[in-house]
Design a protein around this ligand. Structure first.
Ligand SMILES: C[S@@+](CC[C@H](N)C(=O)[O-])C[C@H]1O[C@@H](n2cnc3c(N)ncnc32)[C@H](O)[C@@H]1O
Length: 524
């Protein structure tokens, strides 16, 4: 698996890692401006003027999307907040960043863009390691302009991970660099990609050796599996090296998605299966939840067919559905969803109320709550949802009302969803973990104030980190002896129940997102 670095004419690995850190630091701020603002409509004649038919459209769009994700705060998700693809604006961004438009993307191009963008982000550390080693000198890499680096990353990803025909990849990326930047940039891309092709043909791609002390091994693994070093160290500590590697392999695999049939609109799982068959989207029924279907590929077809826009189904991971199963909403109950937006769990809980009872959806983020409201109307569950824009801590301090059930789906690191959120691993910092734990404790204390005697508090995260999960619950129970654990047995399959009675989905074991939920009961 791990190979020695033996490239005499190029950088030794310590120089490479210095250059990598410099590049990482220098790319934190954009040198090429990425405008995400809307501009005046481009007139049709200008459109034709700026149309470039020679550049491969999926590569141009991928390069611009990667720039927007790294510098413009865009997400790497397939969907935007409203569940629509970003389609219409895409060419506008391309023109503003590259100075030209390309021909419109067809379905194949769109799939390629999704694969290339997701993969290039996931494999960034590994790709940069290779690029840095193949640069003429350290400075060339550390001072490389962002767009040029994105083009190289795309080329490296296509050759190394997608096994695309190497000479076509070289030609196309060279052309993109020449047209979007200048001829010299094309020459640089040409030189570096050709060196890569040679190394790959000789089966001698340089990888760091897995040797030395824990820290050195973590650094090597971080490069080989393309994760931040602090994550590797954390998982090695909690899971051991072998399981940590399996987790990283999962995080680097293509994400699979699940759809939930919207029963409130009269859509059954069988109806949804029929639609997926018509769309030729490969799928499997969920083994754990009656309304859910797993979709491995072809989500783009589901989006384009308008199934989400019409509210016939929702994209929801089964792990999130299982958290709702731990809450076990029953018709007639009053439920508070403390950190509700954008509403995945609120909507599913509301649909399980069968029109009787209420879900109070609290969130501090007004924009995200607006999305929740819109989706609730679309899914026809708005009659049993009341949204409340508030900081949970203030709301709970001032509330005298107590509720049957309270769900706290807390802000967390998201370390359980790294396969879906390709960019998240690079945005999270170790320092975040400490801040999050403080917030999680405060929100748990606040949520507990809303639970009536005999009522249920469910604490959940989409993290697999014990410090955000079991440790937060343990600390809470010490502060609140009036609460005790109500084991999740019987509410979710036993395979998901830990020895302490918590729900826990493990990406490697269950092939789902990682999630956690503790069901706690307040004494009478
Ligand atoms: C993990 S997300 C919730 C996801 C949601 N439950 C779902 O299933 O779609 C966490 C949410 O907590 C909200 N939040 C963070 N701090 C908060 C606070 N002090 N009071 C209320 N909401 C807060 C964030 O705005 C964010 O929407």
């Amino acid at each position: 698996m791990a190979q020695a670095v033996s490239l005499p004419r190029i950088l030794v690995s310590t120089d490479a890692s210095k250059a990598l850190s410099k590049q990482a630091a220098s790319t934190r701020k954009p040198r090429t401006s990425i405008s995400t603002k809307k501009r005046a409509k481009v007139s049709p004649s200008r459109r034709t003027q700026n149309l470039n038919l020679e550049v491969s459209p999926h590569r141009a769009v991928s390069a611009v999307r990667l720039m927007r994700i790294q510098f413009g705060g865009a997400f790497a998700d397939l969907l935007n907040k409203k569940g629509k693809g970003s389609g219409d604006n895409e060419m506008g961004y391309v023109e503003r960043t590259l100075g030209f438009r390309t021909k419109d993307l067809d379905d194949r191009d769109l799939r390629l863009v999704t694969d290339i963008v997701g993969g290039t982000i996931r494999w960034r550390r590994y790709l940069d390691h290779l690029i840095c080693l193949l640069c003429h000198d350290e400075k060339t890499f550390s001072s490389m302009e962002p767009l040029l680096l994105q083009i190289l990353r795309i080329g490296f990803y296509e050759i190394v991970k997608l096994d695309m025909p190497p000479y076509a990849v070289v030609d196309e990326n060279v052309r993109l660099a020449k047209v979007a930047l200048r001829p010299g940039a094309g020459n640089l891309v040409n030189g570096i990609l050709r060196k890569l092709v040679l190394l790959k043909d000789n089966n001698s791609l340089p990888l760091p050796k897995l040797e030395g002390n824990d820290r050195a091994q973590a650094r090597a693994l971080a490069t080989i599996y393309s994760h931040p070093v602090w994550m590797v160290r954390r998982w090695t500590k909690y899971l051991g090296q072998e399981e940590a590697i399996k987790l990283m392999v999962w995080n680097n695999s293509d994400p699979s998605f699940s759809l939930r049939a919207n029963s409130r609109k009269g859509v059954t799982r069988a109806d949804l299966v029929m639609q997926l068959n018509l769309l030729k989207v490969p799928h499997e029924l969920s083994l754990h939840l009656d309304e859910f279907i797993r979709v491995k590929t072809g989500l783009q077809n589901v989006i384009q067919a308008g199934l989400l826009k019409e509210g016939l189904c929702a994209v929801q991971d089964e792990s999130a559905g299982l958290v709702v199963a731990v809450v076990d909403p029953q018709p007639g109950q009053s439920i508070v969803d403390c950190c509700a937006a954008p509403g995945g769990k609120t909507l599913y809980m509301a649909s399980r109320l069968s029109g009787q009872g209420l879900v109070y959806a609290i969130d501090i983020n007004k924009g995200r709550l607006r999305i929740l409201n819109e989706t609730a109307k679309l899914h026809q569950v708005n009659s049993v949802i009341r949204t409340i824009h508030a900081d949970l801590r203030t709301f709970a301090d001032n509330s005298t009302v107590k509720y049957d059930k309270v769900l706290l789906d807390a802000p967390c690191s998201g370390l359980g969803v790294l396969s879906k959120r390709a960019d998240l691993r690079w945005n999270r910092r170790l320092e975040d973990m400490e801040e999050l734990k403080i917030l999680q404790d405060e929100l748990l204390d606040a949520a507990s104030l809303l639970v009536k005697p005999g009522g249920v508090l469910v604490y959940s995260t989409c993290s697999i980190d014990p410090e955000e999960n079991e440790e937060r619950v343990e600390a809470f129970l010490l502060r609140h002896p009036e609460f005790s654990i109500d084991p999740a047995d019987g509410l979710v399959p036993s395979d998901f129940v830990t020895k302490h009675g918590f729900f826990s989905s493990d990406p490697v074991k269950h092939s789902l997102d990682g999630a956690f939920a503790a069901r706690l009961v307040r004494a009478f």
